[in-house]
Write a protein that binds this ligand. Structure first.
Ligand code: C2E
Ligand code: CA
Ligand code: CA
Ligand code: CA
Length: 280
């Protein structure tokens, strides 16, 4: 409960709260409908090899086409979904759709790429999570090596022992794991070493000012070295400019994502970037 200081504060505060909760409640109802009405879709952002410039995978990012409000950003509705428990259905839908689409591309003869899916804290902490992933792979017929799961640093710092077990199960299945938004959380190095992960994704906050802010540059360099020491591949996200890419090249960062190469793309546009498998 908050300390209320005066009439105006009370009014201001409750109005804000009402607005906040009303928005959550109306978004929640709409999101329930969205799930059944197919209003969610996925966009795909290429992951690019820094040294060669070739695509080496993609990240699936959810989009919501609301009938009245237009496109709603995941930054807005994912927190609501997490708050209301709907996240489980959203993340299930995303994983299934990402695997289905990727397997379709593989079946069409494109060179197989890995698709990365974001998973919320609540989901990675479920004890049936690895089994759920297994079921999705069975249902979509996609090989586990073409799936990557992105979890944020903080989401695996709650119930850490269980998360490590789940991650070990996923790794044993052949699924890759990435720590997302690396650097913004509070995991210690000793934990990082225990996580059976393959990729570290440097948060875009560090990347965007890397040429202006010397301390960001030092942090990014340290993270790349950390990746090397732990035998992890490092991905920089939010790369918008050529000179930032040059910085990553000079410092031997393996992969990047960002508007400099491409925004997240609708499936048809992503497909145009995929290359045909050489069959002769
Ligand atoms: P994230 O996983 O860190 O994804 C990166 C975000 O940065 C995406 O925003 C992407 O469009 C944006 N981005 C990529 N390149 C650039 C760039 O060069 N510059 C800038 N300024 N931004 C760039 P988006 O798609 O709006 O997603 C926001 C967040 O929502 C994601 O952050 C992720 O945490 C969450 N999210 C998205 N899709 C899903 C999902 O299917 N499930 C869950 N649980 N969360 C999701
Ligand atoms: Ca991500
Ligand atoms: Ca991220
Ligand atoms: Ca982020």
């Amino acid at each position: 409960y908050c300390k209320l200081k005066g009439r105006h504060n009370i009014l201001f505060y409750t109005e804000q709260m009402d607005l906040f909760y009303n928005q959550i409640i109306s978004l929640e109802g709409d999101l329930r409908k969205a799930l059944s009405r197919n209003e969610l879709s996925l966009h795909y952002q290429p992951k690019v090899n820094v040294a060669t410039g070739f695509i080496s995978g993609m990240e699936a990012l959810v989009r919501w086409e609301h009938p009245e409000r237009g496109t709603i950003s995941p930054a807005e509705f994912i927190p609501v979904a997490e708050e209301t428990g709907l996240i489980s259905q959203v993340d299930d839908w995303v994983m299934h759709e990402a695997c289905r689409q990727n397997q379709q591309w593989i079946d069409q003869g494109y060179a197989p790429e890995r698709v990365a899916v974001n998973v919320s804290a609540n989901e990675i902490q479920r004890n049936d999570f690895a089994e759920k992933v297994h079921q999705v792979l069975l249902a979509t017929q996609m090989e586990p090596q073409y799936l990557e799961i992105e979890v944020t640093e903080n989401s695996v710092m709650q119930n850490t022992e269980e998360c490590i077990r789940t991650m070990q199960d996923l790794k044993a299945m052949g699924v890759s794991l990435a720590i997302d938004d690396f650097g913004t959380g509070y995991s210690s190095l000793s934990y990082l070493r225990q996580f059976p992960i393959h990729f570290l994704k440097i948060d875009q906050d560090f990347i965007k000012d890397v040429l202006k802010d010397p301390s960001d540059a030092e942090i990014v360099k340290a993270m790349i070295q950390l990746g090397e020491a732990f035998k992890l591949e490092v991905i920089a996200e939010g790369v918008e400019r050529e000179d930032v890419l040059d910085f990553l090249k000079e410092n031997d960062c393996a992969y990047y994502q960002g508007y400099h190469f491409s925004k997240p793309l609708a499936p048809d546009d992503m497909e145009k970037l995929l290359t045909r498998k050489q069959t002769y």
